[in-house]
Design a protein around this ligand. Sequence first.
Ligand SMILES: Cc1cc2nc3c(=O)[nH]c(=O)nc-3n(C[C@H](O)[C@H](O)[C@H](O)COP(=O)(O)OP(=O)(O)OC[C@H]3O[C@@H](n4cnc5c(N)ncnc54)[C@H](O)[C@@H]3O)c2cc1C
Length: 437
Amino acid sequence: MEQTTGNRVVILGGSFAGLYCAQVLHDTARKSAIPKPKITVLDRNNFVLFATFLPEVLSNQVNPLTVVPAIRRVTGQRDIDFRQTEIQGVDFDKKLVHTETGDFEYDTLVIALGGATNFYGNQNAERYSFPFKTLADGLRLRNHVIDCLERANQSKNAADRRRLLTFVQAGAGCSGLELMTELEAFLHHVCGRVYRNINYYRDVRLILAEGLPRVLASLPELASQAGLAKLAKKGIEVSLNTFVTDVGPGWVELGKGERIETETLIWAAGVKANPMTAQFPFEKDRIGRIKVDEYNRVLGQENIYAIGDVAHFIGEDGVPLAQTAQVAVQQGPALARNLIASWEGKLMRPFRFHYRGDLVSIGNLDAVCTPFGWNIFGLSGWLLFKWVYFSKMPVMQNRFRLLSDWILYFLQGPIVSRLDEFGSERTVIGKPKEPNA
Ligand SMILES: Cc1cc2nc3c(=O)[nH]c(=O)nc-3n(C[C@H](O)[C@H](O)[C@H](O)COP(=O)(O)OP(=O)(O)OC[C@H]3O[C@@H](n4cnc5c(N)ncnc54)[C@H](O)[C@@H]3O)c2cc1C
C-alpha cells in the first residue's frame, strides 16, 4: 500500500475533468500558505483522448497519436504523481482506492471516471455495432471501413458491393454529425481514386437514424436546420424520429421494420456514466451518474467529489448538465479552487456552468457553430472550429502535430492503410464481438 501523510488527494481519471482539476489544484496550492497537498492521478491510459478530433482519425485528417496528448506532459512539470493503472474499486470506509498495482489511501477523493457508450439495453446493438467513444473504437471502425472498401473493390456482385458500402449510423448529435460527415469525406476522397472499381455516387449509401425530431437537437433550431441541409447536400439520408430497433448479421432494422442490408452499424446514440459507479453506494441518476451538490460534492459525503461526465450536476435551468468536455474543463478547475478555499478556512463557491456555444464540424471546410449565441456556418465556422479546438489541445507538442497533419492531409489526401493490431473482425456484423471485447 502507498503510505503517505498530510493531505492526500486522489483523483480517479486523468482526462479533461481529472487532469484539469489536478493541474489547477497544484498551481493554486503553490500560491497558497497551506501545506501542499499530495496529488495522485490514476488512469488506465497515460493519455487524454481529445475526442473532438476522433472523427478526423477516421478520415485520416489527423494521426491517432496526435489526438492523445500524454498526461505526463502536464503532470511531469508539476509535483503531481501520475500512475497508469486500472482502478478496481474503492473502500469508502477505509478511504482506500484499489488498483491493479496496489492500494492508495486518500483524505479527499475526486471521481472523474467519465462515461461509456449507452446502448439503452439493446443487446444486439451492443454486440454488433461499432461504438465511437475510445481511440480503439475509432481505429476499429476505421479498419472495418477500409475492409469494406477492399472487399467491395474486388466484388463482382452488385448486391454485395452495395451491402458493403452501405453505412448506417444511430445518433445525429454533435459528435454523430462530425463522425458521419468525416466518413462521407473519406469515402468521397478514396472511392474511384484509390478504390478504382467503386463509384461513390453509384455504390455508397450513408444513412443517419435519429430518434429525436431534429439533428443537433441540443443546438438552436436554426443551427439544426443548417446541419440538416448540409447533410442533404452531401447526399446523406437522414431519418428523423427513427430508432434503430434491431441489428443482426448483415442487416439493420430501422423504425417500424425497415430492413437495410449492411455490414456496418455505427453507434453514436448516447453516453452513460462509467459502469464502475454501479459499485458506489451513492445516489445516482438513471444513466448511473453520481448526484452532486453545487460544489460537486457527492450528496451526503464530506470529502468525496465527482466531476465531468460521471457527475449529475443540476444546472441553473434545473436540467442536469450535458456530458461534454466544456463542462468537464470548467468543473475540474472550479473544484480545485474550492478545495484550496476550504483548506484555507474560506467559503466554497457554488459551481456555475458558463455555456459558450457549440462548434460542430461538418466534413471538409464546413461547420455549424453557435459561439456565444452567434450563428457562424460554412467555411468561417469551420475555421473557427479548427482554431478553437487547436488552441484547446492541452499539450503544445500535439498542437504542432495537428497543424502538420492537417497540412499533409489537404496536400496529399488520406492514407488508407489499416492498423492491423486493432483488428476489426470482432465487430463486423456477422461475426459477433467476443464477450467483454
Ligand atoms: C467522438 C466524440 C467527440 C466529442 N466532441 C466533443 C466536443 O467537440 N466538445 C465537447 O465539449 N465534448 C465533446 N465530447 C465529449 C467529451 O469528450 C467528454 O465530455 C469528456 O471527455 C468528459 O471528460 P471526463 O474527464 O469527465 O471523462 P473522460 O474523458 O471519459 O475521462 C475519464 C477517464 O477515466 C479513465 N478511466 C475510466 N475508468 C477507469 C478505470 N477503471 N481505471 C482507470 N482509469 C479509468 C479513462 O481512461 C479516462 O481517461 C466528445 C466525445 C466523443 C466520444
